[in-house]
Design a protein around this ligand. Sequence first.
Ligand SMILES: NC(=O)c1ccc[n+]([C@@H]2O[C@H](COP(=O)([O-])OP(=O)(O)OC[C@H]3O[C@@H](n4cnc5c(N)ncnc54)[C@H](OP(=O)(O)O)[C@@H]3O)[C@@H](O)[C@H]2O)c1
Length: 288
Amino acid sequence: MPQTWLITGCSSGFGELFVRKLRAAGDNVIATGRSADVKLAHLKDTGASILDLDVSMPFEVIKAKIEEAWSLYPGGIDVVVNNAGYILSGALEALTTQEIEDAMRTNFFGPFHVTQAVLPMMRAKGKGTLCYVSSQAGWRGDPSATGYCSTKFALEAMVECLSKELAFMAPGIKVLLVEPGYFGTRAFRNVNFTARDKHTPEYAQFHAGAKAHIASTIDNEPGDPGKAVDRMIELVNGTGMAAGKTVPLRVPLGSDGWDIVKTKCEETLKICEEWEDVARSTDVKPPA
Ligand SMILES: NC(=O)c1ccc[n+]([C@@H]2O[C@H](COP(=O)([O-])OP(=O)(O)OC[C@H]3O[C@@H](n4cnc5c(N)ncnc54)[C@H](OP(=O)(O)O)[C@@H]3O)[C@@H](O)[C@H]2O)c1
């Protein structure tokens, strides 16, 4: 029985791979993206339904699009993959409010609005999967990455809260956060650099370093995007490497992503152990 998937951000990278792999497996796919007529034209011959969806649009626009998408196949939508996103690079001191709001609008409010739009129908159906493409950047902050990490940390918090709400509101709906390390999609080619670096000359060298780091990452990403999408599909379907396992809320992908998550956990655990007495000392009734 084919499932129906809606994927955001399908012009390239993980989104495009999802469309091609799912269609090859015989699933129904609603491939969405900005300027879909042009940017998703290369996906028409996959047989996917193509829907114009800029996830940074206001909620009412997104709601209408998701309702349209829901009616495309009998039974509505089974899986939503919130994939659309981009990297904003620049020192915190240089970023404009507009730049970081724009990044939040796509990387955080996009999935937030898509989720709000689809949930009433998915809850009524009683089952489905909401998948979110987060990042190792949802665990670790890095220099020049405020405009990206903040969006992914916020996404992680939103989805964790959602998963706990749905555990009693709609236990048939699965929620999944995947956290890739560096993968060879167009992500690093599509980085938005703050336009304000010219106004912060003290950061000239810093920004040049960040740009050089990103340039040197392109074509040297350790992760294979096709393998990542295979794993994501398996995690959703409970097949392949996920067969017979209870899939947790968060799954890192890529050795680099895994290292970052593990190191962050170990560092945090060490802090909790070393500073336990300070933490406990502030209770109304401190330990005897
Ligand atoms: N590649 C990595 O190393 C990596 C690691 C961790 C997480 N991720 C995450 O993976 C997701 C997919 O990125 P990717 O690596 O596949 O990079 P990509 O090849 O650059 O794809 C990003 C996709 O998001 C779309 N997009 C951007 N803003 C949008 C908007 N407002 N509305 C709709 N679509 C929009 C882009 O469409 P346009 O062509 O219109 O710009 C493109 O289709 C992102 O959320 C990214 O943060 C990637």
